[in-house]
Design a protein around this ligand. Structure first.
Ligand SMILES: O=C(O)CCC(=O)C(=O)O
Ligand SMILES: [Fe+2]
Length: 992
């Protein structure tokens, strides 16, 4: 312990790594920036000033003063706001509305105008499709682009008079408007706003990943001269200042943000700053922005502006066009000049060596760094500095290549030359690798202390989920071994893992390509297969719809691997595909992906789900035993290990305690319980494990059935439940399976109640909890044939529901008392609810005698009175009893000609152990409290109980029944029984 404390102290004193390396794609190739780890702060007006453009049409002097202000801002941060810009607010508002209308369409609709149909990157781009910054996540953004079209110019153009070379540079495409024609006024409002624009949509994002910086649009510089940006009120734009600090450029009403682009920086001989910026939309709201990129035609060659050069500061660059400049960086396909921001680099084609082509003549060596060669700049490579001045200024790696030019040397030197050439390439490659390794090591080191930094400024945290449950600085020390002093092994392991992988996953090419992309199946087929998966196989993961599987909207995007595995599972249900060559190919694809995924730690929940599904023999047909897959046990075991690393259990437990579990938490726990239980299955699980598994599967079936239209047939049967019962009958029939039986009866009861409600029966809180004596109309609406059929169905369902409610209570009362007392609170509420149902229907409707009911209910209530933590159920139990007694009373009253003749004997029959009934004459006061469950507020009614019976004279009370003693507030909402039921087995967010 002493050592640990010492280490902590030493560590705390050691200077923390302050920066991380940010890699950027630029026209000059990859550029690295050192970025401070501190949380982004607000910009101040000296960094991003607001410039009033009112004087743009003022006197010469005023205009000069304005130009100077702009120049200063362009030379400083390269970012500024403009106000009084003259763009009508109505145009902006209309375009904004259209942007919202466009992006709120279903994906399929947006896909109709996908940029994939475009030659020039016009149209819609999906979320995560682009990943502009190699250091950060893929972009959590959708975009819609269109280009200037002379047809829509506010000053009408003679289209025929446009010169051919200018026409060739136009990038407008009609399909963007044709395929949005269904949106009223869309084109008109958009072109009225800008005539050449991108609209960015950053969907709300409250689930930032903790391993990468999850960005809306990654760090980049804009490529052209300057950008006008309108942003809505949400905020998220950040700019990297000269100190390497991210500063926030928040929305300011009625302004645009202007920033300088790479091309203007070059034309100004680096005087104006093209500054790195990004969008970080970690916000509970969607964000929209509409930039306009101003630049020359992409073919227009421009020189450095003479006014920006002098004798001491000669032009650094050769004339170049914007198109050429960017093509130099990114290769030729697709034409990068059609993008507004840099593209991710393409692998340069392997360079041709002299050996590859021995016909090449001996070459003359010239010294010029690779970047200057590419950009046709003069290179003043300094051998001592091992860099040229331009690369130094740009802070990019200056790799020198001994370029050889045709002509000079003797052919006999070819071999020597090629060796020399290769040697120099190898050297360069090594240097590059060393730089990257250094950067990576630093980044990994920083990632472990990043948390500490970022946590201290929690509001701006880039890693909100990184906020560990650790209470003090002891857990934030750099040496993970120190964690061992206080942390569970898994915490140490997780930390080590983060530290050594830095959250980076191994590349797993195939696993990240889904079946559609790899052209194994068509998109529509994939959609059908996913539907089939959810119809037939989702019980494997206890999920009922795709977004139970992932937090992202699109499973294919979130996890191509899991998507492929789900498709593979569904093929069993497609006779036309099962056993075909396509099936085998898909299987092969998944098998290889599985291998890649297994090697790429840390795994996401989706990965683990995929691996888990692969533990089944998915090549087996319906009837075959999918479980006998050779690696199943190993795979489920691996899933368990990985889940332990990926799931923050303590965080989830904390959330459960506070009743604030997130869908992500629930997903994690569902997955965890499923894989553990499945693993036990192979291991030889106990009966109790089996019962728990059976019940979880039952619950899944129930949830699925509740989502369907007619969950039961007219006889009140459910095929799926019958199948479940068949499968688990060996457990159900065991004497120790009372809870499982109660679960089964409850599930059946829930479906019956749902069916009755569908037939118009009111079984809502208001009815079940009302103080009036429960009578259900027996007057059927037999006037129509359909009405008569419905009535007869209702009769059957009522009687069945009563039977199930009876079975639930009976089974419970027959359990050993120790087991009864340990019942989960949620399940206890199921019992209370069953009691209400049992008493709701009279003898004729339920085919159960009131006497028997009273007996059961009384015993149940007696237990409730003595059992701990059953507050709610006490109320329901008592209410049930009162209602029943009041009906028994009025029945007897009516039967004996208005005379109450329910005798002591009757009472004794109903209460054979009346002395042990435990009725108390005390008033019961239940506290009013509020709990939140599943996001709903459930007021627990204040209930004051009057004594119902006194042990001394039960019979006198029969003749004059006491008024019902529980009064529920009118807005009291009875939670669904399925909430109780499904919450019961995991005891999630249990109500006390
Ligand atoms: O959405 C924003 O605020 C910035 C967008 C941007 O930088 C771009 O589109 O290049
Ligand atoms: Fe930008």
């Amino acid at each position: 312990m002493a050592t640990a404390t010492m280490t902590t102290a030493t560590m705390a004193a050691a200077p923390a790594a302050e920066t991380y390396k940010l890699e950027l794609m630029s026209a000059y190739g990859p550029v690295f920036r050192d970025v401070l780890n501190t949380a982004p702060r607000d910009c101040d007006s000296s960094e991003v000033p607001t410039i009033d453009l009112s004087n743009v049409r003022g006197s010469d002097q005023e205009r000069k003063a304005l130009a100077k202000t702009i120049q200063e801002a362009a030379e400083n941060t390269g970012f500024f706001y403009i106000k009084n810009h003259g763009i009508p607010k109505a145009h902006i508002d209309a375009a904004f509305k259209q942007a919202q209308a466009f992006f709120s369409q279903p994906t399929e609709k947006k896909a109709e105008v996908s940029h994939k149909q475009s030659k020039y990157f016009n149209g819609w781009s999906e979320r995560r499709e682009t990943g502009i910054s190699p250091t950060e996540s893929r972009d959590h953004r959708e975009g819609f682009s269109f280009r200037y079209d002379p047809k829509f110019d506010p000053e009408p153009k003679d289209l025929d008079a446009i010169p051919e070379d200018v026409k060739n540079c136009l990038r407008c495409e009609d399909f963007v408007w044709d395929r949005t024609a269904h949106l009223p006024e869309f084109k008109e409002d958009m072109v009225a706003y800008w005539r050449d624009s991108v609209v960015n949509y950053y969907p709300k994002n409250t689930e930032a990943k903790d391993t990468v910086i999850d960005v809306g649009l990654g760090a980049h510089t804009d490529l052209q001269c300057f950008t006008f940006l309108w942003q809505d009120y949400v905020g998220g734009l950040q700019v990297l200042n000269k100190e390497g600090q991210w500063i926030k450029v928040p929305p300011v009403p009625d302004t645009f943000v202007v920033n300088i682009g790479d091309f203007l920086m070059r034309l100004s001989n680096d005087r104006f700053q093209s500054t790195v910026h990004r969008v970080f939309n970690y916000a509970p709201e969607d964000r929209y922005s509409m930039p306009f990129f101003f630049g020359f035609n992409f073919n227009e060659k421009c020189t450095v502006l003479p006014s920006c050069t002098s004798e001491e500061n000669p032009p650094k660059y050769e004339p170049i066009s914007c198109g050429e400049m960017n093509r130099e960086n990114a290769g030729d396909e697709p034409d990068p000049s059609d993008q507004e921001r840099p593209m991710q680099p393409k692998q340069h084609a392997a360079e041709e060596t002299v050996e590859d082509n021995p016909s090449h003549k001996r070459r003359r060596r010239v010294f010029s760094c690779e970047s200057c060669q590419r950009l046709k700049c003069k290179c003043d490579y300094d051998f001592n500095l091992q860099s040229c001045r331009r690369c130094q200024i740009l802070r990019i790696t200056c790799s020198r290549r001994e370029t050889v030019e045709m002509g000079d040397l003797m052919t006999s030197d070819i071999n020597n030359n090629s060796i020399q050439d290769r040697l120099s390439k190898t050297e360069n490659a090594l240097r590059e690798i060393t730089t990257q390794l250094e950067a990576l090591t630093k980044q990994i080191e920083q990632s472990s202390c990043k948390r500490a930094h970022i946590q201290s400024s929690s509001t701006d945290s880039l890693y909100p989920h990184d906020a560990e449950t650790f209470g003090d600085g002891l857990e934030q020390v750099l040496d993970p071994a120190d964690h061992a002093v206080r942390s569970a092994p898994v915490v140490v392991l997780r930390d080590l893992d983060r530290r050594y992988t830095g959250g980076h996953r191994r590349p797993r090419t195939l696993a990240d390509v889904d079946l559609v992309e790899s052209q194994l199946i068509h998109e529509n087929m994939a959609r059908e297969l996913i539907q089939l998966f959810f119809h037939h196989r989702s019980d494997r993961l206890i999920v009922s719809e795709p977004n139970n599987l992932t937090s992202s909207d699109i499973l294919r995007d979130a996890s191509p691997f899991l998507h492929s595995v789900c498709c593979l599972h569904a093929i069993i249900y497609r006779e036309d595909l099962f056993g075909t060559a396509t099936h085998r190919k898909i299987y092969e694809h998944n098998r290889i992906s599985l291998g890649k995924v297994l090697l790429s730690v840390p795994l996401t929940l989706e990965d683990i789900q995929g691996v888990f599904l692969m533990s089944e023999n998915v090549m087996a047909g319906h009837g075959d035993n999918g479980k006998e897959y050779i690696d199943s046990w190993m795979l489920t075991g691996y899933c368990i290990t990985q889940a332990m690393l990926s799931i923050s259990f303590s965080e989830i437990v904390k959330n459960i305690r506070q009743d604030i579990t997130t869908p992500e938490d629930q997903r994690a726990i569902r997955l965890w319980s499923t894989i553990c239980l499945d693993h036990l299955y192979f291991y030889g699980a106990s009966m109790q494990d089996g019962m728990l598994l059976a019940e979880i599967l039952l619950c899944t079936t129930l949830l699925q059935k509740l989502g369907t239209q007619a969950p039961l047939d007219p006889e009140g049967h459910c095929i799926e439940f019958a199948a479940w019962k068949d499968k688990w009958n060996h457990l159900l029939s065991m004497p120790t399976a009372s809870m499982l039986r109660i679960g089964y009866f409850s599930a059946c009861l829930i479906l019956l109640i749902r069916s009755l409600e569908d037939l118009g029966e009111n079984l809502q809180s208001t009815t079940l909890l009302s103080n009036s004596s429960p009578t259900v109309s027996n007057e059927f609406s037999t006037s129509t044939e359909q009405g008569a059929t419905q009535d007869s169905i209702r009769v059957k369902l009522r009687s069945k529901a009563s039977k199930y409610a009876q079975s639930i209570i009976e089974t419970f009362l027959n359990m050993p008392s120790s087991l009864r007392d340990s019942i989960a609170s949620n399940r206890c509420l199921c019992l209370g609810y069953s009691a209400l149902i049992l008493t709701h229907y009279d003898e004729t409707q339920s085919s159960i005698s009131d006497e028997h009911k009273l007996n059961l209910i009384t015993r149940f209530e007696e237990w409730l009175n003595n059992a701990p933590g059953t507050t709610w159920a006490i109320m329901f139990g008592r209410l049930a009893k009162q209602k029943l007694m009041s009906r028994v009373h009025s029945n007897s009253f009516n039967q004996r000609g208005g005379q109450s003749v329910f005798s002591r004997t009757d009472a004794r029959k109903a209460f054979p152990n009346r002395d042990q009934m435990g009725f108390s004459s005390q008033r019961i006061a239940l506290k009013t409290t509020e709990r939140v469950r599943n996001g709903r507020q459930i007021p627990i009614a204040a209930a004051i109980g009057e004594p119902i019976l006194t042990p001394t004279d039960a019979a006198s009370v029969w003749s004059t029944p006491a008024p019902l003693s529980y009064e529920f507030q009118p807005d009291f909402v009875f939670p669904n029984m399925e909430d109780f039921f499904s919450g019961g087995f995991l005891d999630f967010g249990g109500l006390e």
